[in-house]
Design a protein around this ligand. Sequence first.
Ligand code: ADP
Ligand code: AMP
Length: 214
Amino acid sequence: MAPVFDKKNVLVIYVLGGPGAGKGTQCSKLVDEYGFCHLSAGDLLRAEQQREGSSYGELIRTYIREGNIVPMEVTIKLLENAMDAALKENRSGAGWSAGKGRFLIDGFPRKMDQAVKFDEEVCTASLVLFYQTTEEVMLKRLMKRGESSGRDDDNVESIKKRFVTYKETTMPVINYYAEHGKVAEIDSTVSVEEVYENTQKVVAKILAAQEASS
Ligand code: ADP
Ligand code: AMP
């Protein structure tokens, strides 16, 4: 069966990197400049956790606190629904017209099973933006973010668990896409502006290629 959304019409860029690497920060800049729809898997899961009547609230809470990967059925459905809703909004602007759109899918896929399923059944990603820095830098950023984020998992204990999950479960996903020539690795140790300059170069290229093929 073909994916729900054809990659000729719907551009999907996965945004990966360790917790606190700066994925969300860069995504919000890309939204401002290029009109992407930004879907953060973590944000969608936290919203579902809070939603009254959700049967997944407790399950999501536990997985997030333990830094574990939430079962893919939940995460993929939330993403697919959010994409569908964005495409039905009839957004205007570059990249958007009937049935066409551009998405940054942030913090996804974090495990091989969800990567394969999403590419095959929802939409095949065109690129992976991979933000790379050290655990020391990420820990410092997350501890600072934790002063105001209100997140259950921005504490040392959860952060350490998230690092282990990232190394053991998400790095193989990044390696898999690298083998397929889809990964753009960007050093996110430097300032937000410098990281963004390197991000822009990669994204401008993929948008030009998408334009040329559609
Ligand atoms: P992620 O989405 O990868 O978990 P965030 O974008 O939320 O990471 O960034 C984590 C924290 O680090 C935030 O408080 C953010 O303001 C800060 N931050 C992000 N990028 C940088 C950077 N290049 N230099 C310094 N701080 C950064
Ligand atoms: P984030 O907001 O990206 O830092 O993610 C916070 C937490 O949400 C992760 O530690 C996981 O527990 C969960 N989560 C985020 N993205 C995914 C995903 N793609 N698959 C499963 N769980 C996820």
